[in-house]
Design a protein around this ligand. Structure first.
Ligand code: PLP
Length: 396
């Protein structure tokens, strides 16, 4: 008998989305050399890190150069000062966390997969779709049964649990990638009440929380009772431009228990076994991001991206196209014109006006007929792309 691989990988669907986009763009570029292409498809940021983070990293590198200030391994769950800084960030919105409820991570993607270690293989995942593709794939790799709760224009892309909803684990993402939709406090409360009543656990992906405006919730811990049913996964990627730098954090309340096991204590055990901490230099940068100066720089970046979103939304308004998102998220989720399928619309934009976006079908079957535009690009390209979209769609 030879080694048995993890057969769950056979159940993964081929993830064509970004590969297929790259192939189509490369083919178009080869056929039309020199013609500019305007990219509104990326989920990556384009602005450099803020000055506070950069300065802190330089200083931390200097620390590592001297015996008196050198740091070896950092604590697996996070440097105390980092955990305290995150707790302080939550306190600004009136959420009280014990710093020991905060765990440093190297980003949300890593955590979304790793955290499944806490749950028995029999636990079934409920994924609200359209969704960030990693939720499905990480659950399938871990052998979890997956079911879907689909969103659409009828519920403004914010599905809620019903009488017959069943789940052990619930994935929620607000502000949402790809739809840009944000749950209200009442809606999040409905999910929290559902999870507490069923003994389910919510994995709340708050990667885009810094884009939220007004009274809408940034965190699931703004609801009542979330401390007994929710884990929040956050990232510095989209807020502070750390996509290539890699830093995030996860909040697991000490009150979160199932069948006599404490999930916070289990995660301490997990991290101290499976990691050796996150870079001292990066945690110092994260602490700097959460200072007044750092947060002002985050706001400035977000304002910059939101200006791009505004330019895109104005073009869609002028063309009479329905869309969601854009205001509290870096993504605009538009309806394809005339009932077009999302890949056909992708081809139309690429071939006619050299604009690249992301077909909604790539985020789940219920994304068919919709299309994601990203505001993370450069303003001049975004302005040209918006103008081209407006002219093309006004003609349709
Ligand atoms: N969660 C969502 C909803 C995302 O869109 C992304 C990245 O695009 C991530 C998590 C991953 O973030 P990170 O860079 O922290 O791994």
């Amino acid at each position: 008998m030879s080694l048995k691989p993890n057969g769950n990988y056979r159940n993964l669907k081929d993830s064509y989305l970004f590969f297929r986009i790259a192939q189509k763009v490369a083919a178009y570029r080869d056929a039309h050399p020199g013609l500019p292409i305007y990219r509104l498809g990326i989920g990556d940021v384009s602005r450099p890190l803020g000055g506070a983070a950069i300065r802190a990293m330089h200083e931390a590198v200097e620390d590592q150069a001297k015996a008196e200030t050198f740091h070896g391994y950092t604590p697996e769950c996070g440097i105390p000062e980092f955990r305290q800084a995150v707790a302080g960030y939550y306190a600004r919105r009136g959420i009280r966390l014990d710093p020991e409820e905060v765990f440093v991570s190297s980003g949300a993607s890593d955590e979304l997969g790793d955290i499944l270690d806490l749950f028995d293989a029999s636990s079934a995942a409920l994924i609200t779709q359209p969704a960030y593709p990693a939720y499905v794939d990480a659950s399938v790799m871990a052998g979890r049964k997956v079911s879907f709760l689909t969103a659409g224009p009828d519920n403004d892309f914010l599905p809620l649990p019903g009488e017959d909803t069943e789940a052990d684990l619930v994935y929620l993402c607000s502000p949402n990638n790809p739809t840009g939709a944000v749950y209200s406090l009442e809606q999040l409360q409905a999910w929290v009440d559902f999870a507490n009543a069923r003994g389910a656990v919510i994995l709340f992906d708050a990667a885009y929380e810094a884009f939220v405006e007004g009274d809408l919730p940034h965190s699931i811990f703004e609801t009542k009772g979330a401390e007994t049913c929710a884990i929040e996964i956050c990232s510095f990627s989209k807020t502070a431009g750390f996509t290539g730098t890699r830093l995030g954090y996860t909040v697991i309340p000490k009150a979160l228990e199932r069948e006599g096991l404490n999930l916070n204590a289990m995660w301490v055990r997990n991290r101290t076994t499976k990691t050796n901490g996150i870079s001292y230099v990066l945690q110092k940068a994260g602490i700097a991001v959460l200072t007044d100066e750092g947060l002002r720089q985050v706001e400035e970046s977000i304002r910059f991206y939101k200006q791009n979103a505004k330019v895109l939304m104005e073009a869609l308004d002028a063309a009479g196209i329905r869309y969601w998102g854009g205001k509290n998220a870096p993504y605009i989720w538009m309806e394809c014109p005339d009932g077009m399928k999302s890949w056909d619309f992708f081809d139309l934009l690429l071939n006619e006006i050299q604009v690249v976006g992301t077909p909604g079908e790539g985020f789940g079957a219920c994304g068919e007929g919709f299309f994601r535009l990203s505001s993370f690009g450069n303003p001049e390209d975004t302005r040209i792309a918006a103008e081209r979209i407006r002219k093309l769609l006004e003609k349709q």
